[in-house]
Write a new protein. Sequence first.
Length: 324
Amino acid sequence: MTATPTEIVAPPPRRKMNILFGLTLIGLLVFLWIVLGLVTPSFWTPLNISNLLRQGAMTAILALGQTFVIITAGIDLSVGAIVGFCTVIIAWLLQAGVPLWGAIVLTLAIGVAIGAFHGFGIVHMGLPPFIITLATLTSLRGIGLLITNGSTISITDEGFSNFARADFLSIPSLFWMVILVAVPSFIFLHLSRWGRYLFAVGSNAEAARLSGVNVKGMIYLAYILSAGFAAFVGVLLASRIAIGNATQADGWELQAIASSVIGGTSLFGAVGSVHGPLIGAFILATINNGANLLNVNSFWQRIITGLLIIVIVFFDQLRRRKSN
């Protein structure tokens, strides 16, 4: 007798280990803030803290979308290109006279369509996630450059462009967007059956299928969420820089993956959370911000990020060995 989908649960999490890891991440972030506050007087200035929150906010949203995909043991290399492409789309729509709300909805719909295309390529064409999303990465950059003829499209809507620079209750509006995305994401991933299905697919897709989970549908959903979040970040980035530029967000897919992994998401699938990638994104933003304030060569920022990824993945492998 097979179980019904509602009986499927994710592999039981080790609560103590997860809590300890989460506290470690928070401790690392607090440690970085304290050290940077001691070594550079400009770190704790309101202007710098606002900039740091704005820098980390878009990466955090991108990392959260990436996490849904990684939990299914997949990967999405296209999110940075989707961000850049969507800045072009919304700028082009606004320039064409489309109302702001309509331009935002259409841009988000394009992101959802890209995610559905990824799901189709993986589920029905049998393409590896790495290949289909890499192809989208290069294609979207090219399409965006064709639309703009290698140039940029200016955004003249001041209400839209001022949004990303505004504060609400002394907190940057972009950070509020992280909260807006994180709360329903937490409910979806940790409190709903759909979240349990995602973990089940990442743990053992065939076992999940035999237990009644719509594995193909969950893969579609994961990639739609990832691309949809990337399109949302594209809208936010367009608001912040007030232009549409296909070359924007170059390399952000790596930042998103790094943030998710640093936040405890396993590249082997079936392990992840909402809070981890968010903290991971702000750890990376803090490292980059502090390096800029200290005039540290940007190459060192990449080296530090790479070392963090190696350490986290190493401990993830140790955790997997102990569980086997």
